[in-house]
Design a protein around this ligand. Structure first.
Ligand SMILES: [Mg+2]
Length: 294
């Protein structure tokens, strides 16, 4: 019988996992499935717990949190035989969405038990693995601000506040962007690198990304004036960003960003810092549980 380990983050999504896990327990018990739950205690804890669970032979390691929890579980199980799963239990659930897990908890339990899998690409940068989408520049600065807290704002209002505040203060940085034989020298607003299409809770920054083609989809978003940015940026939610001339899209198996100074990189809820960022991809490097439609 397949064994499931849930790595649950009690503070993800303002306690969403805490509310959902009892329903998961009931569903799995009723289904006669073998499972165990680990509650994370601090940031980074999920990596260790997932690694341990993989070594204990759990077949499926399921992140019950947001994209940050998924990223920790991923980094814990890379190189093991365990399969990555995720439920919608955080603020941003872009990975769960990307692998067609239904937002409804009972339907997603059904998908977990069914255990349909597929292999998708695995990315790596700054010594950390990612499986969905990473951003460098303005978007990372917004994420960093949200992570540090913008009290009394929470959720979407915190994001909007951080967006506007970052917009006022953000200084672009010069970058050399190496893809294959070409090198661009730019001072873009942001560079997003994706296996999946969206980050930040549904922002389709690379709307045509294919998860298993062995290529990153890259969006190089050039600077525009602040008013235009406020007007155009919401298009990222509808996947219409590519229609803007300032957003150039590329496909490449490898990309290097050489920045003139250290800046944050936003990776699935995690903030890393660097000035030389070398992105590599391992085609179909991670097996994941998928929902019913793909
Ligand atoms: Mg791709």
């Amino acid at each position: 019988m397949k064994r499931y380990k849930f790595i649950a983050n009690p503070i993800a999504g303002g306690g969403k996992a805490k509310a959902l896990i009892p329903k998961v327990e009931k569903y799995f018990r009723d289904a006669g499935a073998e499972f165990d739950i680990y509650w994370t205690k601090k940031a980074g804890d999920g990596i260790e717990a997932a690694y341990k669970a993989a070594n204990e032979g759990f077949d499926f390691i399921v992140a019950a949190g947001g994209d940050g929890t998924v990223n920790e579980v991923l980094n814990g199980i890379v190189g093991t035989k365990s399969i990555l799963g995720a439920i919608h239990a955080g603020k941003g659930n872009d990975f769960a969405t990307a692998v067609n897990m239904p937002p409804d908890i009972e339907l997603s339990c059904m998908a977990l038990i069914k255990g349909k899998t597929r292999a998708i690409d695995l990315g790596k940068v700054l010594d950390r693995y990612f499986i969905n989408t990473v951003g460098v520049g303005f978007d990372a600065a917004v994420a960093l601000r949200v992570n540090r807290g913008v009290r009394p704002f929470k959720g979407v209002s915190a994001y909007i506040y951080a967006f506007l505040e970052t917009l006022m203060s953000y200084q672009v940085v010069e970058m050399e962007i190496e893809m294959g034989n070409s090198t661009l020298k730019l001072t873009p607003l942001l560079v997003a690198v994706g296996i999946g299409q969206a980050y930040g809770g549904g922002m389709k920054i690379v709307p045509d990304a294919i998860q298993d083609d062995g290529l990153f989809d890259v969006c190089v978003f050039n600077v525009m004036n602040k008013l235009s940015l406020v007007y155009h940026f919401p298009k990222v939610f509808s996947g219409k960003l590519k229609n803007i001339e300032q957003a150039a899209m590329y496909r490449t198996p490898e990309i290097k960003l050489n920045l003139s100074e250290t800046r944050p990189l936003h990776m699935e809820g995690e903030i890393l810092f660097g000035d030389h960022m070398h992105f590599t991809i391992q085609q179909k490097g991670m097996t994941v549980i998928t929902g019913n439609d793909n």
